[in-house]
Each structure stands twice: as structure tokens, then as C-alpha cells.
Design a protein. Structure first.
Length: 197
């Protein structure tokens, strides 16, 4: 192994340790702060891009904050998991959440998973995009590479493995279309978040 390769390996390991430290602080300290203004300040400090009027409620799990982008007037529910991992070279990872999005409690959005066909189970990272005016119900799971279209609804407990078309309502495991949402129902603002939630 050349000196340059060894040095690169050392820097990658140090960067990983730093990211684990930041992640731990976000989970165990920031996530329990009772004021969303304070939490938002520290999430932004850690690298999450958060739009005006958006809130992340208590006890969220944030993975790789520097690759998470949240639009305006968006509410992220309690104990949500937001995965921004984009560590691999040329990876398509990262998480983009639009404006006026409502993620209910315990929603999990993953951008990284293991390649089950690979003998070493190497990671695969794919970007997840949640468009404007989307509602995702409690305990829904969004898997890597998914785009949820404008105004779509994901029912509680659904597991989304494929893209969801705009104004579509999906439910089940795996999530399938069960209805349509009228475009006339959109255009709202979610309003002020509760202070101690």
C-alpha cells in the first residue's frame, strides 16, 4: 500500500468518526431539546438545509446531515428517520424534501441499503426526493431511489419501493395506488409548529 493510499484511508476513517460524533450529538442531545427553534439552529449548524418556517419535531434520527435539504413550511414528525447518506464516490444518495410537506411521526426515509446480490453486501446509495405538498402517514417507510410526486399521499405503515406519481394516494406493502388526490386540495400552508413538540 502506497503512502498516499494509506493517508487517504486515514482521512476517510477520521471523517467517518467525525460524522458518527455529529450524528450521535444530533440524536441524543439536539433531538431532545424542547424548543424547535433551538433544534433547527443546531440541525442547520450540522449542515441540514432547512427552509423558512419548517420544523423537525423531537427525537428525529438524522443520518449525514450535510446531504439533507428541507423546503419551506414543512413539518417533520416525532421520531422520524431522515437518511442523507451520500458517502460513496459517484453516489446518487442524499435526501430532498420539498415545500409544505407533512411527514407524520416515525416516518423512515432511507437513501442507503445493502446490495443483497453482492457477496460483500456493499452499500447502495440512491437519492430520495419528496416533492411539494406531499403527506406521508405515520410509520411509513420510503426506500432508496424513490421519488414521491407533487401532492401525493403515502398511507400510514406503507412501504414505498417505487416512484409515486403526482396526486396519487398509495398504501400497503409494497405500496400500491388506492386513489387520487384532487389538485384543488393543495395550496395550503401548514402553519406554526407547536413550541414543545
Amino acid at each position: 500500500m502506497s503512502n498516499m493510499t494509506a493517508l487517504q484511508k486515514i482521512f476517510r476513517r477520521l471523517a467517518t468518526i467525525w460524522l458518527e460524533l455529529v450524528t450521535g450529538l444530533l440524536w441524543w442531545v439536539v433531538g431532545y431539546l424542547p424548543f424547535h427553534h433551538l433544534r433547527r439552529f443546531f440541525y442547520r449548524w450540522a449542515g441540514v438545509k432547512i427552509g423558512c418556517g419548517s420544523t423537525i419535531h423531537m427525537m428525529a434520527r438524522i443520518y449525514d446531515p450535510s446531504h439533507i435539504q428541507i423546503g419551506q413550511d414543512t413539518i417533520i414528525g416525532e421520531r422520524a428517520s431522515l437518511d442523507g447518506r451520500k458517502q460513496l464516490p459517484n453516489s446518487g444518495g442524499g435526501l430532498v424534501i420539498g415545500n409544505h410537506v407533512d411527514l407524520a411521526s416515525e416516518v423512515m426515509i432511507w437513501t442507503s441499503q445493502h446490495d443483497l446480490a453482492d457477496p460483500s453486501m456493499k452499500p447502495i446509495e440512491k437519492k430520495v426526493t419528496v416533492s411539494d405538498y406531499v403527506f406521508i402517514g405515520p410509520r411509513a417507510i420510503i426506500l432508496p431511489g424513490v421519488t414521491i410526486g407533487w401532492g401525493a399521499v403515502v398511507a400510514a405503515g406503507a412501504v414505498v419501493t417505487k416512484d409515486v406519481q403526482p396526486l396519487t394516494i398509495v398504501a400497503g406493502i409494497p405500496a400500491k395506488k388506492i386513489g387520487d388526490r384532487p389538485a384543488s386540495a393543495l395550496g395550503y400552508t401548514l402553519g406554526r409548529a407547536r413550541w414543545f413538540q
